[in-house]
Design a binder for this molecule. Sequence first.
Ligand code: PRX
Length: 574
Amino acid sequence: MVNLHQERIPATAANSHLKQYDEAVASFSWEEVEKQFSWHTTGKVNMAYEAIDRHVEAGKGDKAALHYSDGVRDETYTFRDLAKLSNRFANVLGKLGITMGERVFIFMPRTPELYASVLGALKIGAVVGPLFEAFMETAVKDRLQDSGAVAIVTTPALLPRIKREELPLLKHIIVYGGDIPEDSGLISYKDAVNEASDQADIVWLDREDGLILHYTSGSTGKPKGVFHVQNAMVQHYYTGRIVLDLREDDVYWCTADPGWVTGTSYGIFAPWLNAVTMVVRGGRFSPGDWYGVIQKYGVTVWYSAPTAFRMLMGAGDHLVKDYDLSSLRHVLSVGEPLNPEVVRWGLKVYGQRIHDTWWMTETGAQLICNYPAMDIKPGSMGKPIPGVKAAIIDDGGNVLPPYRMGNLAIAVPWPSMMRKVWNNESKYSEYFRIKGWYVSGDSAYMDEDGYFWFQGRIDDVINTSGERVGPFEVESKLVEHPAVAEAGVIGKPDPVRGEIIKAFIALREGFQPSEELKKDISSFVKAGLSAHAAPREIEFKDKLPKTRSGKIMRRVLKAWELDLPTGDLSTIED
Ligand code: PRX
């Protein structure tokens, strides 16, 4: 243990323009950061304006905002291009009568049109709901229903997953690509955008007006809509500067899809608020393609995730030598624990420190980070960013001393904190059950130097390849399968993906366990929810451990799996 806490990788000269951590903390003020935005003169704000149009007005219209490639398309858009494209799309939505605060969902793969749609929806003051393209019917329906979405932008390939008959509030479906028959009730994105003006009136908002609704999983119930407001931009902008260390001439690549919060906070807002050129790569992960992207665009700042780094590590050091990655200046990671050996490997093959960052959908932006001008301790998430206070607390709210494991908690408020859980006040208040604190659901400890070390989730939420999966959602889908009587789902440790989803299943009368049935059940979840939610492992059991009130005891399943003591079984059913 001692060695782990003492190993340090010092900051390099590349970060010497940033204040030292202690000084940055001491001299920090959110008021100074807020002065960057137009509300200082008008009192009003709009994320799309602050991220795009503001820079055009400041004479940066010709600067590249987006380099996009997917193997077929290869395009660059300036800030002026994006201002115009998003104006067009804002006009399309405006003409449909969509107004401020209404929910507009974006359900499409990463293409320039996705980004123009998000910005256009924001310009009319709509709340954007991004949906990951891998979501299937049930996952899409749950989110559209809960949010009361009035419009969705999608593609012909994804359209069949939107069950219109079950979504009476969904008035408009805008389809990008393909032939849209006149009488289909669908709107052709291309036609509508072509007919619209590229000048638009931006809807000016208050800082507490809506921005984005990200659905994410907890251990019970369906996914919850985490609602963020315009004010989050303060922290997006600021962490872009001091954590991503973005500078005017950077070429920045965030590998996350906007269906997840990393892909919006750091794949749209933070870089563009900082007027930085961003790279978007469509399509699937492949080590060679990824290195090719860095080489092709001269990527300087790269934000990715542990599973990706582990896969790149698995692809071998020799592959790194086939590409020129010398443009890289700053590398970061988020979403799951970053293993110390990955950090050491990154230093060896990329010559770069990989900076771990910790935050959540609910927190809206980075909170605990390896600040660039600070030593990295491999395996630690780093320290709270200047302006944020974190602590390890017990269930009674007492702050625990170094090395004591407990609840990772953040002192409230901070600018990008979620403002509600959609339609679910009680879920929201659970996070703030201890006065003065946001309780994250993660367990961690702090060392004597103030570095935080992640230990695990306190609840049953699964983190597979950095994607957060709620066991309840998977179990609910599993029991819809004709062969499944009962199902309990856990995360099983996995060397590459962090965790994989394992399902324990009791079969209905008349069904026999078989490999074929396992495959069928897994495909069923894949088709209903999404590929990442499908169990990679299934084990059949005659009976599942349950409480007397009938709740499946996932902790017992987990103990079985890991060969651990099952603990207190006093509430178990006979
Ligand atoms: O358990 C923590 C883990 O991911 C959870 C948040 O997931 P999500 O809302 O999907 O957001 C991911 C991207 C912001 C956390 O509760 N997590 C996130 N970052 C880290 C992490 N676990 C360990 N180390 C991290 N750096």
